[in-house]
Design a protein around this ligand. Structure first.
Ligand code: AP5
Ligand code: MG
Ligand code: ZN
Length: 221
Protein backbone atom coordinates (compact mmCIF):
# COMPACT_ATOMS: atom_id res chain seq x y z
CA UNK A 1 0.00 0.00 0.00
CA UNK A 2 1.35 3.42 -0.98
CA UNK A 3 1.69 5.64 2.03
CA UNK A 4 1.02 9.35 1.86
CA UNK A 5 3.07 10.72 4.73
CA UNK A 6 2.79 14.33 3.72
CA UNK A 7 3.96 17.72 4.92
CA UNK A 8 2.40 20.98 3.77
CA UNK A 9 5.01 23.67 4.31
CA UNK A 10 4.61 27.37 3.69
CA UNK A 11 4.40 30.83 5.23
CA UNK A 12 1.40 32.09 7.23
CA UNK A 13 -1.46 32.72 4.81
CA UNK A 14 0.00 30.67 1.93
CA UNK A 15 -3.16 28.56 1.81
CA UNK A 16 -2.12 25.49 3.79
CA UNK A 17 -5.53 25.11 5.47
CA UNK A 18 -7.34 25.86 2.19
CA UNK A 19 -5.41 23.16 0.31
CA UNK A 20 -5.42 20.68 3.20
CA UNK A 21 -9.17 20.14 3.00
CA UNK A 22 -8.86 19.22 -0.70
CA UNK A 23 -5.90 16.91 -0.12
CA UNK A 24 -7.44 14.99 2.77
CA UNK A 25 -10.66 14.47 0.86
CA UNK A 26 -8.96 12.97 -2.18
CA UNK A 27 -6.11 11.09 -0.48
CA UNK A 28 -8.11 9.86 2.52
CA UNK A 29 -5.51 10.84 5.13
CA UNK A 30 -6.18 12.80 8.33
CA UNK A 31 -5.43 16.53 8.48
CA UNK A 32 -3.05 17.21 11.37
CA UNK A 33 -2.77 20.96 11.92
CA UNK A 34 -0.81 21.93 15.01
CA UNK A 35 -2.30 25.45 14.76
CA UNK A 36 -5.86 24.03 14.87
CA UNK A 37 -4.92 21.70 17.75
CA UNK A 38 -3.36 24.56 19.73
CA UNK A 39 -6.39 26.81 19.10
CA UNK A 40 -8.65 23.99 20.37
CA UNK A 41 -6.53 23.81 23.55
CA UNK A 42 -6.79 27.59 23.95
CA UNK A 43 -10.57 27.42 23.55
CA UNK A 44 -10.85 24.62 26.13
CA UNK A 45 -8.55 26.56 28.47
CA UNK A 46 -6.34 23.58 29.16
CA UNK A 47 -3.08 24.26 30.97
CA UNK A 48 -1.21 23.82 27.70
CA UNK A 49 -3.66 26.10 25.89
CA UNK A 50 -3.27 28.92 28.40
CA UNK A 51 0.52 28.69 28.12
CA UNK A 52 0.47 28.40 24.28
CA UNK A 53 -1.80 31.44 23.82
CA UNK A 54 0.94 33.81 25.00
CA UNK A 55 3.25 32.66 22.21
CA UNK A 56 0.51 32.55 19.57
CA UNK A 57 -0.76 36.07 20.32
CA UNK A 58 2.78 37.38 19.92
CA UNK A 59 3.23 35.55 16.62
CA UNK A 60 6.04 33.50 18.18
CA UNK A 61 6.44 29.73 18.08
CA UNK A 62 5.14 27.55 20.89
CA UNK A 63 8.13 25.67 22.41
CA UNK A 64 9.30 22.64 20.41
CA UNK A 65 8.84 20.22 23.32
CA UNK A 66 5.13 21.03 23.55
CA UNK A 67 4.37 20.77 19.83
CA UNK A 68 6.51 17.67 19.31
CA UNK A 69 4.62 15.98 22.15
CA UNK A 70 1.23 16.76 20.58
CA UNK A 71 2.24 15.46 17.14
CA UNK A 72 3.89 12.27 18.42
CA UNK A 73 0.74 11.42 20.33
CA UNK A 74 -1.45 12.15 17.30
CA UNK A 75 0.67 9.92 15.04
CA UNK A 76 -0.10 6.96 17.30
CA UNK A 77 -3.79 7.12 16.32
CA UNK A 78 -4.91 4.28 14.02
CA UNK A 79 -6.32 6.66 11.37
CA UNK A 80 -2.74 7.53 10.35
CA UNK A 81 -2.07 3.98 9.05
CA UNK A 82 -2.45 5.00 5.36
CA UNK A 83 -0.69 8.29 5.94
CA UNK A 84 -1.27 11.80 7.18
CA UNK A 85 -1.11 15.42 6.15
CA UNK A 86 0.87 17.62 8.52
CA UNK A 87 -0.06 21.32 8.23
CA UNK A 88 2.11 23.79 10.15
CA UNK A 89 4.44 21.11 11.53
CA UNK A 90 7.42 20.83 11.51
CA UNK A 91 8.34 24.50 11.81
CA UNK A 92 11.90 24.27 13.13
CA UNK A 93 14.86 21.98 12.44
CA UNK A 94 14.54 20.29 15.87
CA UNK A 95 10.86 19.56 15.09
CA UNK A 96 11.82 18.04 11.73
CA UNK A 97 14.49 15.88 13.37
CA UNK A 98 12.05 14.73 16.06
CA UNK A 99 9.51 13.83 13.35
CA UNK A 100 12.09 11.82 11.40
CA UNK A 101 12.99 9.92 14.57
CA UNK A 102 9.39 9.27 15.58
CA UNK A 103 8.53 7.99 12.09
CA UNK A 104 11.66 5.85 11.89
CA UNK A 105 10.61 4.19 15.14
CA UNK A 106 7.32 3.27 13.41
CA UNK A 107 9.26 2.02 10.35
CA UNK A 108 7.97 4.93 8.29
CA UNK A 109 9.20 8.19 6.81
CA UNK A 110 7.99 11.37 5.18
CA UNK A 111 7.09 10.63 1.55
CA UNK A 112 6.54 14.17 0.17
CA UNK A 113 6.85 17.80 1.20
CA UNK A 114 4.71 20.34 -0.65
CA UNK A 115 6.26 23.82 -0.31
CA UNK A 116 3.52 26.34 -1.01
CA UNK A 117 5.15 29.61 -2.06
CA UNK A 118 3.54 33.07 -1.90
CA UNK A 119 5.12 36.55 -1.75
CA UNK A 120 4.88 38.62 1.40
CA UNK A 121 2.59 41.46 0.16
CA UNK A 122 0.00 38.92 -0.89
CA UNK A 123 0.27 37.09 2.46
CA UNK A 124 -0.54 40.28 4.35
CA UNK A 125 -3.63 40.91 2.18
CA UNK A 126 -4.80 37.35 2.69
CA UNK A 127 -4.36 37.28 6.45
CA UNK A 128 -5.91 40.69 7.06
CA UNK A 129 -9.12 39.65 5.26
CA UNK A 130 -9.31 36.07 6.49
CA UNK A 131 -12.29 34.68 8.39
CA UNK A 132 -12.32 31.23 10.01
CA UNK A 133 -15.20 28.94 10.96
CA UNK A 134 -15.50 28.54 14.72
CA UNK A 135 -16.87 25.03 14.33
CA UNK A 136 -14.86 23.35 11.52
CA UNK A 137 -11.90 25.80 11.07
CA UNK A 138 -12.55 26.22 7.31
CA UNK A 139 -10.84 29.42 6.08
CA UNK A 140 -12.63 32.09 4.02
CA UNK A 141 -11.68 35.57 2.84
CA UNK A 142 -13.82 38.72 2.73
CA UNK A 143 -12.71 39.37 -0.89
CA UNK A 144 -10.86 36.39 -2.35
CA UNK A 145 -12.95 33.51 -1.00
CA UNK A 146 -16.30 34.83 0.14
CA UNK A 147 -18.77 32.54 1.83
CA UNK A 148 -22.18 32.35 0.13
CA UNK A 149 -23.70 34.11 3.14
CA UNK A 150 -21.64 36.73 5.00
CA UNK A 151 -20.37 35.54 8.38
CA UNK A 152 -21.57 31.94 7.86
CA UNK A 153 -19.47 28.87 6.98
CA UNK A 154 -20.36 27.26 3.61
CA UNK A 155 -19.23 23.87 4.86
CA UNK A 156 -21.07 23.50 8.17
CA UNK A 157 -23.12 26.67 8.80
CA UNK A 158 -20.84 27.69 11.71
CA UNK A 159 -20.06 31.27 12.68
CA UNK A 160 -17.05 32.95 11.02
CA UNK A 161 -14.57 34.94 13.13
CA UNK A 162 -11.21 36.70 12.76
CA UNK A 163 -8.24 34.96 14.41
CA UNK A 164 -6.58 36.89 17.27
CA UNK A 165 -3.20 36.59 15.52
CA UNK A 166 -4.41 38.03 12.20
CA UNK A 167 -3.64 41.67 13.13
CA UNK A 168 -0.86 43.51 11.32
CA UNK A 169 1.80 43.55 14.08
CA UNK A 170 1.40 39.86 14.85
CA UNK A 171 1.32 38.96 11.16
CA UNK A 172 4.66 40.73 10.62
CA UNK A 173 6.19 38.75 13.49
CA UNK A 174 4.80 35.50 12.12
CA UNK A 175 6.34 36.23 8.71
CA UNK A 176 9.71 37.00 10.31
CA UNK A 177 9.57 33.79 12.36
CA UNK A 178 8.77 31.89 9.17
CA UNK A 179 11.77 33.36 7.34
CA UNK A 180 14.25 32.68 10.11
CA UNK A 181 13.04 29.40 11.60
CA UNK A 182 10.82 27.57 9.11
CA UNK A 183 12.08 28.41 5.62
CA UNK A 184 15.37 26.52 6.28
CA UNK A 185 13.28 23.34 6.36
CA UNK A 186 12.95 23.54 2.58
CA UNK A 187 16.70 22.87 2.31
CA UNK A 188 16.48 20.22 5.03
CA UNK A 189 13.94 18.25 2.96
CA UNK A 190 15.59 19.13 -0.37
CA UNK A 191 18.59 17.22 0.92
CA UNK A 192 16.28 14.19 1.20
CA UNK A 193 14.88 14.83 -2.30
CA UNK A 194 11.34 15.22 -0.98
CA UNK A 195 10.29 18.76 -1.91
CA UNK A 196 7.83 19.81 -4.61
CA UNK A 197 7.51 23.58 -4.93
CA UNK A 198 4.05 24.86 -5.82
CA UNK A 199 3.19 28.50 -6.47
CA UNK A 200 0.28 29.53 -4.29
CA UNK A 201 -0.44 32.77 -6.16
CA UNK A 202 -1.97 33.92 -9.43
CA UNK A 203 -4.43 31.10 -9.22
CA UNK A 204 -7.68 30.12 -7.55
CA UNK A 205 -7.54 27.60 -4.68
CA UNK A 206 -8.71 24.91 -7.14
CA UNK A 207 -6.00 25.94 -9.62
CA UNK A 208 -3.34 25.62 -6.91
CA UNK A 209 -4.74 22.23 -5.94
CA UNK A 210 -4.36 20.94 -9.51
CA UNK A 211 -0.60 21.51 -9.20
CA UNK A 212 -0.48 19.80 -5.81
CA UNK A 213 -2.23 16.73 -7.22
CA UNK A 214 0.33 16.55 -10.00
CA UNK A 215 3.11 16.60 -7.42
CA UNK A 216 1.45 13.93 -5.25
CA UNK A 217 0.44 11.55 -8.02
CA UNK A 218 -2.64 9.31 -8.07
CA UNK A 219 -4.42 8.64 -4.78
CA UNK A 220 -4.55 4.91 -5.44
CA UNK A 221 -7.22 2.57 -4.08
P1 AP5 B 1 -1.04 28.10 12.16
O1 AP5 B 1 -2.45 27.98 12.51
O2 AP5 B 1 -0.34 26.97 11.57
O3 AP5 B 1 -0.90 29.41 11.25
P2 AP5 B 1 0.11 29.80 10.07
O4 AP5 B 1 1.20 28.87 9.75
O5 AP5 B 1 0.50 31.18 10.44
O6 AP5 B 1 -0.75 29.67 8.81
P3 AP5 B 1 -2.19 30.16 8.60
O7 AP5 B 1 -3.15 29.19 9.17
O8 AP5 B 1 -2.27 31.58 9.06
O9 AP5 B 1 -2.28 30.18 7.01
P4 AP5 B 1 -2.62 29.03 5.97
O10 AP5 B 1 -1.40 28.75 5.17
O11 AP5 B 1 -3.32 27.89 6.60
O12 AP5 B 1 -3.61 29.84 5.01
P5 AP5 B 1 -5.19 29.70 4.78
O13 AP5 B 1 -5.50 28.46 3.99
O14 AP5 B 1 -5.95 29.96 6.02
O15 AP5 B 1 -0.21 28.55 13.47
C1 AP5 B 1 -0.67 29.56 14.33
C2 AP5 B 1 0.25 29.71 15.52
O16 AP5 B 1 0.26 28.49 16.28
C3 AP5 B 1 1.74 29.97 15.19
O17 AP5 B 1 1.99 31.34 14.98
C4 AP5 B 1 2.42 29.42 16.44
O18 AP5 B 1 2.33 30.32 17.51
C5 AP5 B 1 1.57 28.20 16.78
N1 AP5 B 1 2.07 26.97 16.13
C6 AP5 B 1 1.42 26.21 15.20
N2 AP5 B 1 2.18 25.16 14.80
C7 AP5 B 1 3.34 25.27 15.51
C8 AP5 B 1 4.55 24.50 15.51
N3 AP5 B 1 4.71 23.42 14.70
N4 AP5 B 1 5.54 24.90 16.33
C9 AP5 B 1 5.40 26.00 17.15
N5 AP5 B 1 4.31 26.77 17.17
C10 AP5 B 1 3.28 26.41 16.35
O19 AP5 B 1 -5.41 30.93 3.75
C11 AP5 B 1 -5.17 32.27 4.16
C12 AP5 B 1 -6.21 33.21 3.50
O20 AP5 B 1 -5.97 33.27 2.10
C13 AP5 B 1 -7.66 32.73 3.65
O21 AP5 B 1 -8.46 33.85 3.87
C14 AP5 B 1 -7.97 32.06 2.31
O22 AP5 B 1 -9.34 32.13 2.01
C15 AP5 B 1 -7.12 32.87 1.35
N6 AP5 B 1 -6.64 32.09 0.20
C16 AP5 B 1 -6.20 30.80 0.21
N7 AP5 B 1 -5.82 30.41 -1.02
C17 AP5 B 1 -6.01 31.48 -1.83
C18 AP5 B 1 -5.79 31.71 -3.23
N8 AP5 B 1 -5.31 30.75 -4.05
N9 AP5 B 1 -6.08 32.94 -3.72
C19 AP5 B 1 -6.58 33.92 -2.92
N10 AP5 B 1 -6.80 33.76 -1.58
C20 AP5 B 1 -6.53 32.55 -1.05
MG1 MG C 1 -3.83 27.34 8.60
ZN1 ZN D 1 -17.55 25.32 9.33
Amino acid sequence: MTQFNLILLGPPGAGKGTQASRIVEEYGVPHISTGDMLRAAVKNQTEMGIEAKKFMDAGALVPDSVVIGIVKERLQEPDTAKGFLLDGFPRTIPQAEALDEALAALDRGVTKVIALLVEEDELILRLSGRRICRACQAPFHVEFNKPAKEGVCDVCGGELYQRDDDNETTVRNRLEVYRTQTEPLISYYDAQGLVSRVSGTGNTPDGVYTQIREALGPAGE
